[in-house]
Design a protein around this ligand. Structure first.
Ligand code: WQD
Length: 341
């Protein structure tokens, strides 16, 4: 009997790709989502990829009673918690929306976990907990967490703190916080991918929408940073590599006899500038992108990328896709949702 893994936010960008990889590894994912920030049509497309309709439940992750019911009904063996708001800019404009949902939702899931201490838990954290890594470019898990530059970043910073405090109170719990860098790309089938609600905040969806003619041009925020070409540097990780890391995390936690709270970077270990990503997109997809340079965006970190040694030593995981795979798959996905040949 396949182990059931509850995937909160399982209809979202990273969640849906993780559901597919869980099935590939023999798990039986249970998608929990209330579709406030995702589209139910993704269920049909996941079905096309995995060959059956995955179990899915509509639930507000803050509804603890409903969560308890779901745990009992489906005898859950593991939890991956994605359900949270994630737009850095929006969190600055509407901080209470982020604190109420992201923190309350996490606490609600952890309260149910406390009643089911044998069930391992993976938390969707973020490299934003490093803030501006004080002149460092490459960060490892021992790099001091800095002051996040947004309420969104604070919800991840505090989320890790809450999990750590819970572990101190009950060291039988098996928990892992995965610090994502910049997820990009889409499943090679082009059936699932990133569906930004409204104008995208993130770079690659803005690039693909500009290439699709939705925006007249891409504005690159700042060109005189102290970096390889003056534009900001990030660690762009293919979303399928990121999904595979979650499966490795669940595998690892299920194999443990004792409790833990591990924090693990999930990136490629390579920095790529905005201009380098734009040029990779142009070359890989054989097109010219219309872009210009604009003022710096407040809150932007200048340069950050992951040291991924720990993910490799602890989980036996490393990214196998590069930014060319990411920009190719992202464009294939954009063309599929816009019916562009
Ligand atoms: C990347 C670079 C922009 C748009 C993201 C997520 C956050 C977290 C960390 C997971 C920056 C530049 C962007 C545009 C641009 N991930 N840019 N023009 O800010 O690193 O944060 O990764 O938790 O959730 O938001 O990503 O894609 O917004 O920006 O020049 O139109 O692209 O200035 O240098 P960021 P991003």
């Amino acid at each position: 009997m396949s182990k059931k893994v509850l995937v909160t936010g399982g209809a979202g960008y990273i969640g849906s790709h993780t559901v597919v990889e869980l099935v590939k590894s023999g798990y039986d994912p249970v998608i929990l989502d209330d579709y406030r920030n995702s589209d139910p049509s993704v269920l049909k497309r996941i079905t096309q990829i995995i060959g059956y309709e995955p179990t899915h439940v509509v639930c507000d992750v803050c509804d603890q009673n409903r969560l308890e019911e779901i745990f009992k009904t489906y005898s859950i063996s593991g939890v991956i918690h994605f359900a949270a708001y994630k737009a850095v800019g929006e969190s600055v404009e509407n901080p209470l929306k982020y604190y109420s949902n992201n923190i309350a939702g996490l606490v609600s899931v952890l309260n149910v976990l406390k009643q089911n201490p044998k069930v391992p838990f993976v938390f969707s954290s973020s490299c934003t907990v490093y803030g501006e890594p004080m002149g460092l470019k490459e960060v490892d898990e021992n790099t001091a967490k800095s002051i996040p530059t947004s309420p969104y970043g604070y919800t991840k910073w505090l989320g890790e703190q809450i999990i750590g405090d819970l572990f101190i109170s009950n060291n039988r719990l098996r928990m892992m916080s995965l610090r994502y860098f910049n997820p990009i790309g889409a499943h090679q089938s082009a059936l699932i991918g990133e569906l930004p609600v409204g104008k995208p905040n993130n770079l690659l969806p803005f690039i693909t929408q500009t290439a699709a003619g939705i925006h007249e041009k891409l504005v690159i925020f700042g060109k005189d940073y102290p970096t390889v070409d003056g534009t900001c540097v990030r660690d762009y990780i293919h979303v399928v590599d990121l999904a595979e890391a979650h499966v490795k995390a669940i595998d690892h936690l299920l194999s443990l006899k004792n409790g833990c709270h591990e924090v693990v970077n999930v990136g490629t270990g390579k920095g790529t500038s905005v201009l380098e990503l734009v040029h990779a997109f142009e070359e890989e997809n054989n097109m010219k992108l219309n872009y210009t340079f604009g003022p710096k965006r407040s809150g932007d970190v200048i340069e950050i990328y992951a040291n991924v040694d720990y993910a490799h030593s602890l989980l036996g995981w490393k990214a196998t896709r590069d930014i060319n795979d990411g920009v190719r798959d992202a464009w294939k996905w954009e063309k599929s949702i816009r019916n562009i040949q």
